[in-house]
Design a protein around this ligand. Structure first.
Ligand code: CTP
Length: 406
């Protein structure tokens, strides 16, 4: 499996004639299993169409700090990235990064990330050789930014010289070099992950639902795949996930139960990250309930507690991980839940805290094991929480007990 499988890469594209080559870079990264989020500068959109990137990348292209659905896209992009790649990078982008001048989504994202940054400059020879640009490149290198030098060749306008964007092969190799071969500590294991909130129909247009976005479960599936596992994801959402993850789409708690029963037999690890409804309407109406008929009485019945069912059927060699969203006495509720559900690990988040759980890009959790061990994972991206959960899985499968790290 590629070092890029499941890795989240923000691909920044600046305005330069080489912007068309970023399309090939994008395609190769996606083919290698990376989750690519394209960010174009305003000038880049003059060179290549946004539709092209949206069609090839893992998510639609982003161009603006002013996103109606996401008021702080740069922090979300920066925090959740495993790597930020800029190809092509203009002289202006290099200067902005050196001076911390954030004037658009890409420059803001570059300042808001702690992930490694790879820049691939492309410009005319005179510009590339200008002392200001040379100094900026040196400064960036001294700060740990990986600069993929441009090549010598034919430039826009027929000139020949240094400044042509590095080849897509070199750019992808540089990214792989930074992200490394990755740990494959889940190789040979089959991991089943559930994600998202279930929807329980009341009538053909209405449902009982919850606020789970599914992001944490999808991040777990991607991370498990990146670490070499064979992954099945049972999800209620259409969120993107790496190509090597097998996706089973479901809607209701009953469908999720059925899908888990079907796939859990073969699984070495089951992670119940989904928010499964505890109750479902006994008899959803076949046609839309009309207001004129008065306030409906919707009778509910309990659903199967999938996690508890897995916990009762404790199988040799199978690790079961539950999630819990709590608002008070978090650790105490979690302790009794790990017992009542028979899980090996319980990941609990305090959904009343800022930036945690539902509808956020970030999460803060405590991971509990059955022997009283607990590990706190401070507020971080959902992919880092996913990595911490899978670290804990590996530790208890090898006979360890959870202790605080870091
Ligand atoms: N879960 C499940 N099946 C259900 C309900 C929940 O498998 N029908 C799983 C969730 O996927 C999660 C864990 O149980 O891993 C905890 O869910 P939570 O709703 O916090 O627990 P409940 O038992 O419903 O307790 P509470 O009374 O706090 O809602």
């Amino acid at each position: 499996m590629s070092a890029l499988a499941g890795r989240r890469i923000v691909l920044g594209v600046c305005g330069g004639i080489a912007a068309y080559k970023a399309i090939e870079v994008c395609r190769r990264l996606v083919d290698d299993g990376a989750h690519v989020v394209p960010v174009m500068t305003e000038s880049a959109t003059r060179f290549v169409g946004q539709v092209t990137f949206s069609a090839l990348a893992s998510e639609p292209v982003r161009t603006s700090l002013w996103d109606e659905d996401d008021p702080i896209p740069h922090t979300h992009l920066g925090q959740s990235a495993d790597l930020v790649l800029v190809a092509p990078a203009t002289a202006r982008l290099l200067a902005s990064l050196v001076s911390g001048y954030s004037h658009d989504l890409l420059t803001n994202t570059l300042l808001a990330t702690r992930a490694p940054v790879v820049v691939c400059p492309a410009m005319h020879t005179e510009m590339w050789e200008h002392p200001a640009v040379r100094a900026n490149v040196d400064t960036l290198r001294s700060r740990g930014v990986v600069v993929v030098d441009p090549e010598t060749g034919r430039l826009a306008g027929g000139d020949v010289g240094a400044g042509r964007l590095a080849s897509p092969e070199r750019i992808v190799a540089a990214v792989e070099g930074v992200l490394g071969p990755g740990t494959k500590d889940l190789a040979g294991l089959r991991v089943l992950v559930t994600a998202g909130g279930t929807r329980e129909p009341i009538d053909p247009v209405r449902f009982l639902g919850n606020r789970s976005s599914g992001r944490q479960g999808h991040a777990l599936a991607d991370e498990a795949a990146a670490r070499g596992a064979e992954v099945t994801l049972v999800t209620t959402t259409g969120l993107p996930v790496g190509p090597e993850v097998r996706v089973v789409g479901v809607t209701t708690a009953d469908e999720m139960h059925q899908a888990v029963v079907e796939h859990a037999d073969r699984a070495d690890v089951v992670v119940m990250a989904a928010a499964v409804a505890d109750f479902t309407p006994v008899a959803p109406a076949a046609s839309k309930l009309k207001k004129a008929d008065g306030v409906p009485l919707v009778e509910l019945r309990p659903t199967v507690d999938i996690l508890a069912e897995l916990g009762r059927d404790r199988r040799e060699g199978r690790t079961v991980v539950g999630f819990a969203a709590e608002t008070d006495d978090v650790e105490q509720h979690a302790r009794s839940k790990i017992e009542s559900k028979g899980a090996d690990l319980l990941v609990v988040n305090d959904v009343s805290a800022a930036g945690v759980g539902f509808e956020h890009e970030t999460n803060e959790v405590r991971i509990l094991d059955r022997s009283g061990g607990v590990r706190h994972v401070p507020l971080t991206s959902k992919s880092k929480v996913a990595a911490a959960v899978l670290d804990a899985v590996v530790e208890i499968r090898t006979g360890g007990r959870l202790e605080q790290v870091g």
